[in-house]
Write a protein of this length. Structure first.
Length: 278
């Protein structure tokens, strides 16, 4: 009988797995040897068992745990098998979505950090071209300009709670800021109760999505939130000096909250889309 069987090492080599893996599958009752020598304890397999081993390896490569694979083999009908596979497909789809979102947001962090190295000195006005961006904007009922940094943190916590309630990936929270209607900037009556997160095409339609068109921006960076109103005035005065007008809303974007340099404080950039007066 043994002459028609494969030793565990032969079965392992034939299927590009280790003998240890076959012992694990035996322990989990996934693939038990066809025969075990009662005297030596040696395991023996048949060629016909290779098909089941192929299926185990295929399912395992699809991120199914061994327990779930065993449940699949124990199912009594094709309908049950289809249902289990649909559940796993759904779980993998959610995992892929979350991984893609995290990847996009890590790329944004990377770009922001690279941007820090190219920034002019804090408080200096500069121009930059910015591609189209997509935001989810929320009214926080907290005015940053009247409450200072404490109010700013309240606005950010509001956005964090919003993501939590919507069951959205928390990695979106790394791309936050505040937005102010351009009329308040033009009139220099600075007030802002709206906070936003930058989002991507994977983000669901919450009904609060806005797109900022590509444009030339007048910008200024700082690590001191107490100076934002002073710096907003600086942007306004530079607009007047250069005979330019705003063509969109004023935004304050958090570039990083990592303690990378300077005081370790939050680094932000205020910006306004501009064009030349006709």
């Amino acid at each position: 009988m043994k002459s028609t069987l494969l030793k565990i090492g032969e079965m392992a080599e034939l299927n590009h797995v280790s003998a240890q893996t076959l012992r694990l599958y035996d322990k989990n009752k996934l693939l038990e040897p066809q025969y075990m020598d009662p005297e030596t304890g040696y395991r023996y397999y048949t060629l016909e068992q290779c098909a089941k081993l192929d299926m185990i390896r295929a399912l395992k490569s699809c991120h199914l745990p061994l327990q779930k694979i065993r449940e699949i083999f124990e199912l009594s009908s094709e309908e049950c098998l289809i249902q289990v596979l649909e559940e796993q497909i759904g779980a993998l789809s959610r995992e892929i979505y979350n991984s893609s979102v995290s990847r996009n947001n890590l790329i944004r962090i990377q770009k922001n950090i690279q941007m820090l190295n190219a920034l002019p000195p804090f408080g200096q006005v500069f121009f930059e071209y910015v591609p189209e961006r997509k935001l989810d904007v929320q009214n926080t009922e907290v005015d940053f300009f009247s409450q200072g940094y404490k109010g700013y943190e309240k606005m950010l916590r509001h956005m964090q709670n919003y993501l939590h309630e919507k069951k959205l990936p928390p990695s979106y929270f790394i791309n936050v800021g505040t937005i102010m209607d351009k009329k308040h900037f033009i009139n220099r009556t600075y007030t802002s109760q709206s906070a936003f997160i930058f989002v991507d095409e994977l983000y669901p339609d919450t009904g609060n999505i806005r797109r900022l068109p590509q444009n030339m921006y007048m910008s200024l960076a700082s690590d001191d939130t107490s100076l934002e109103e002073e710096y907003a005035n600086r942007l306004y005065e530079e607009l007047q000096r250069q005979n330019m007008i705003p063509c969109g809303d004023y935004i304050c974007e958090v570039l990083t909250q990592f303690p990378l340099r300077h005081s370790g404080r939050l680094i932000y950039k205020i910006q306004i889309p501009v064009r030349r007066q006709m």
